[in-house]
Ligand binder design. Structure first.
Ligand code: GLU
Length: 370
């Protein structure tokens, strides 16, 4: 039987001290707990940030004057990534565990061939008993296309490799009903079976530390994992034994976001989460109802506006008149073609019959609560 795969993501703010340097203590704590999962027969995968912070520190940029230009940050990531993985390697060596570095870029998820290839590499690493330490390929990724958000990468990796659990470690105990720094009545939400607007509002209000993601990014990653049939735990990295507790389905720690009962197929997950949207297609209320309630395809008659430049087959956002994101799908037309067709009825009163703007099979509704 193949082992349960647990993806553990840790952010910059939990790994580095106030000066941005990697905290040996924090890394050893994480590594001890992750090594404990191997002893329990599980296969852990780490998604670790901290490269840019560590590199800036090593290059002598003071933490208070963090450079903003992409090239310096990318150069810093190249320096810091070596340091980061070296630190994990030394720390895991105390447990006779071997680690392997995997750097990922958005292309690895967009291109299906590359996606399957990555899946094979992870599977082999796990078979060999290696703990993959994953980060974004920050040094080379074009700033405009990079994910820049390791919570998202962790969810994509969890889906790619068929993980049973995603553990997002952070510097708070989990998701609270409000910002615990501002609201003394805010309490920890222990379990979410369906993410809804209240959770999103609570996550949006939570302040974030040195990391880039914040709670909103964690909730989005958890939603992605949930659609993929994976449970997520958001918990405090500094809590003793947090990784062991989070990996154990019988123990409550942090906020647990449950997998949805109905999962999306691998292809729909790819459309919904891996492909970046190349533009927005705005639809009227009638079309919205047809999509959300009647299970229909999107037709040109319901399109009121088109933004962005995309080709036929590209992924686009479907948004309501009020700007709310309803769905994502593969457009049957280019942006130029669609601008000419928006609002036109098809096959009525002698008008030619048009194909669907987004066929039902190429569309994922994102606005269902949860
Ligand atoms: N990949 C970045 C780093 O290693 C961090 C991205 C994130 O914090 O989500 O520094």
């Amino acid at each position: 039987m193949s082992p349960d795969i647990i993806v553990v993501k840790i952010g910059t703010s939990s790994l580095t001290g106030d000066n941005g340097a990697l905290s040996m203590e924090a890394i050893d704590k994480l590594v001890d707990e992750v090594a404990g999962l191997i002893e329990l027969g599980m296969a852990p995968v780490i998604v670790s940030s901290g490269a840019i912070g560590a590199g800036l520190e090593e290059l002598g940029f003071s933490h208070s004057k963090r450079p903003a230009d992409a090239l310096t940050l990318q150069a810093a990531s190249a320096v810091g990534q070596a340091d980061l993985v070296g630190t994990y390697k030394r720390s895991f060596a105390r447990h006779q565990v071997v680690v392997g570095q995997v750097l990922i870029s958005p292309y690895d998820f967009w291109n299906r061939q590359q996606y399957l290839h990555a899946k094979g590499t992870f599977a082999r690493l796990i078979e060999l008993g290696v703990v993959p330490v994953v980060n974004e390929n920050d040094a080379l990724a074009d700033d405009a296309i990079r994910f820049g958000d390791n919570d998202r990468i962790a969810a994509l990796v969890a889906q790619l490799i068929g993980a049973t659990r995603l553990v997002l470690l952070t510097d708070t105990a989990g998701l609270f009903t409000g910002d615990p720094n501002l609201d003394p009545d805010a309490s920890l939400i222990e379990e979410i079976t369906e993410i809804d607007h209240r959770h999103r509002a609570a996550a949006g209000s939570a302040s974030s530390g040195r990391g880039s993601g914040g709670m909103a990014a964690k909730l989005r990653a958890a939603a992605m994992a949930s659609w993929s049939g994976i449970d997520t735990v958001i918990a405090d990295a500094s809590h003793p034994g947090v990784v062991t507790k989070a990996a154990d389905a019988t123990v409550a720690v942090g906020t647990l976001i449950r997998a949805r009962a109905a999962h999306l197929s691998a292809r729909r997950l790819w459309i919904a989460f891996a492909l970046p949207a190349a533009g927005d297609v705005t639809v009227d209320d009638g079309a919205r109802t047809a999509l959300e309630h009647d299970g229909r395809s999107l037709l040109a008659a319901g399109v009121t506006a088109v933004s962005g430049e995309f080709a036929s087959g590209d992924s686009v956002n479907v948004v309501a008149e009020d700007g709310e994101l309803i769905a994502k799908g593969l457009s049957g037309f280019s942006a130029v073609e669609l601008r000419g067709l928006a609002g036109k009825r098809s096959g009525i009163d002698g008008a030619p019959k048009l194909r669907e703007v987004i066929h039902r099979d190429d569309m994922v509704l994102l606005n269902e609560e949860g």
